[in-house]
Write a protein of this length. Structure first.
Ligand code: NAP
Length: 276
């Protein structure tokens, strides 16, 4: 499409309901950064990205951003009103349950159009040896049932969360990895921690698993491309993976799964709001 027709289509289809509107994006994911960047690039609305402030050196987005909690759902509702936001998009991590509940409640209280951008979970492929579990406690039980050799290294790809049930197994040798130093709970027989920031390629993950002689991976079903490389590497090496499920809301219309779909949903929400 020529630039001329692109501008006409953009003005008619996209521009009006969006013009100048402030959109709050709850972030902490690659998708949130991408969405904020895309909206800024399109240029009709004004995205503001919100970060929790957990990492000391987060990737700085090229859009306006703020950092830190709001003070619960009431604080978020106040912020939405005070800053005159026209829409709220929850693009936080699939396992970030509290902020999602807060966003839902604050949107209901303020009437600000809201939806969630939630990447789909991973799907097992030929050659995978996945054991799906509901939570970390069941993950530790599944790991015990695997009866790995006593000297096996388990890669707990969980960041700093959910480590306690595995530490309670006593005698486990583990590999941990985080963007910032992970402080392991007491109880592991041996523990190596790596500081590294993804995304990692399949080759990097293959090298890591081979170099460290990993015998099993425990991960959360976070979905998305960046964490998937370790699962592909596990497939190549025939390693078992214990995958902690993410309870995803699958009711129709509840969430969109891609940045593209989020842009369309945002526009539709603002059109609907304009009519009401
Ligand atoms: P959480 O338990 O759902 O949220 C805890 C509190 O952190 C919230 O109540 C809120 O504080 C604040 N918060 C969370 N996300 C925020 C955001 N985007 N902007 C402003 N405040 C935010 O969240 P979490 O699991 O600790 O995750 C924290 C952040 O890290 C999230 O933004 C998430 O996207 C990202 N992240 C999480 C994971 C994970 O495994 N959970 C993995 C990668 C990235 P107030 O109540 O004071 O508003």
């Amino acid at each position: 499409m020529s630039r001329f027709w692109f501008l006409i289509v953009k003005a008619v289809w996209w521009g009006e309901p969006m013009a100048g509107k402030r959109v709050l994006i709850l972030g902490g994911t690659a998708e949130a950064n991408e969405l904020a960047g895309r909206l800024a690039e399109i240029g009709d609305c004004h995205p503001v990205l919100s970060l929790a402030g957990r990492t000391r050196q987060p990737r700085r987005p090229d859009v306006e951003f703020r950092t830190g909690g709001f003070g619960g759902s009431d604080g978020l509702a106040t912020y939405l009103r005070d800053e005159a936001f026209a829409a709220l998009i929850d693009a936080t991590h699939p396992f970030a349950g509290q902020i999602t509940a807060n966003a839902h409640a604050a949107a209901a209280e303020t009437g600000v159009p809201y939806f969630r951008l939630l990447r789909p979970g991973w799907v097992e492929a030929k050659g995978d040896h996945w054991i799906r579990v509901a939570d970390a406690v069941s993950g530790a039980e599944a790991l015990t049932a695997l009866r790995l050799p006593a000297d096996a290294i388990v890669f707990l790809a969980l960041g700093h969360r959910d480590l306690e049930p595995f530490a309670a197994m006593n005698g486990l040798r583990v590999l941990l990895r985080g963007v910032e130093p992970v402080v392991p709970p007491a109880g592991f027989f041996a523990c190596e921690t790596l500081i590294a920031r993804g995304p990692f390629s399949e080759t990097e993950e293959l090298d890591l698993l081979s170099d460290k002689s990993v015998g099993c991976i425990v991960a959360r079903d976070s979905g998305g491309a960046s964490g998937y490389a370790k699962l592909k590497a596990a497939r190549r090496l025939d390693l078992p993976v214990i995958l902690i499920d993410c309870p995803r809301d699958t009711s129709p219309g509840s969430a969109v799964e891609s940045v593209e779909a989020a842009i369309v949903r945002l526009r539709n929400k603002l059109v609907d709001k304009g009519r009401s």
